[in-house]
Design a protein around this ligand. Structure first.
Ligand SMILES: [Zn+2]
Ligand SMILES: [Zn+2]
Length: 239
């Protein structure tokens, strides 16, 4: 039976080989990038990152904004190969890519939030319509794997999500905080220090609003972790 399975897997690999998420080159099974793309990944320098806003200290936006979460970390910037991998994961439904992001975000959490004991890990929810359309919640899949890697209990369905008036990515960046108001709500009480997972942090509006709901439902503190983080391209706006 094992021989047959191996043979069938060999046939599948022959017709559908594993390819690099960055350049499409054929790579070994279980790998995500070729050596070259892996070297060129848009990694954040965690030692130079501001823990409060997640950006490099040079681009820190804490002067212009204050977030409800206690800290945020992410392994990659929202660009290039890392962004391509995230888009392939989300929009082409390659769920196996959640392993890659879960491992890398977990490393970022261990580094940036060293010494913090988390009581639970939860994730940014999708509205019912988005979940039906996509078929899975990309942040939940990553959080599920991170909970195994980090040994933190996964809190399923801590937050609910109503349909947003406008899709966040279609909104100008300075309107995104308003657009998420009243969208997220707690489904049950929460406690202790919570790690909140999302796929991408752009303005931080979604994570900020979800954090407010977690604190309202009883969490003592909320730290956030995302796969990608956008550079600060807008300034001088107080929130
Ligand atoms: Zn490549
Ligand atoms: Zn900062």
């Amino acid at each position: 039976m094992n021989g047959i399975k191996r043979f069938l897997k060999g046939i599948v690999t022959l017709f559908f080989p594993n390819t690099c998420l960055g350049c499409g080159e054929i790579i070994d099974e279980g790998e995500f990038f070729c050596d070259c793309c892996f070297e060129m990944l848009e990694s954040c320098s965690l030692d130079k990152q501001c823990i409060k806003c997640g950006l490099s200290k040079k681009h820190c936006e804490c002067k212009y904004k204050s977030f409800s979460f206690s800290g945020i970390t992410a392994p990659f910037y929202n660009e290039g190969r890392a962004q391509m991998a995230m888009y392939t994961y989300k929009f082409r439904k390659r769920i196996y890519i959640s392993d890659f992001f879960a491992k890398r975000i977990s490393l970022a959490v261990k580094y940036s939030f060293h010494g913090i004991r988390f009581d639970g890990i939860c994730y940014v929810p999708l509205s019912g319509k988005s979940l039906r359309k996509r078929g899975f919640n990309q942040s939940r899949e990553i959080a599920y794997r991170m909970s195994e890697i980090l040994g933190i209990p996964l809190i399923e369905e801590q937050l609910g999500c109503r349909k947003k008036k406008y899709s966040q990515h279609l909104m100008p960046k300075n309107k995104r905080f308003e657009n998420v108001k009243g969208v997220y709500y707690p489904k049950k009480p929460c406690h202790g220090t919570v790690l909140l997972v999302d796929d991408i942090k752009t303005t931080g509006a979604t994570l900020d609003e979800c954090t407010k709901q977690l604190l309202k439902s009883g969490a003592d503190a909320v730290y956030c972790a995302a796969g990608l983080i956008s550079h600060n391209k807008y300034k001088k706006r107080k929130v």
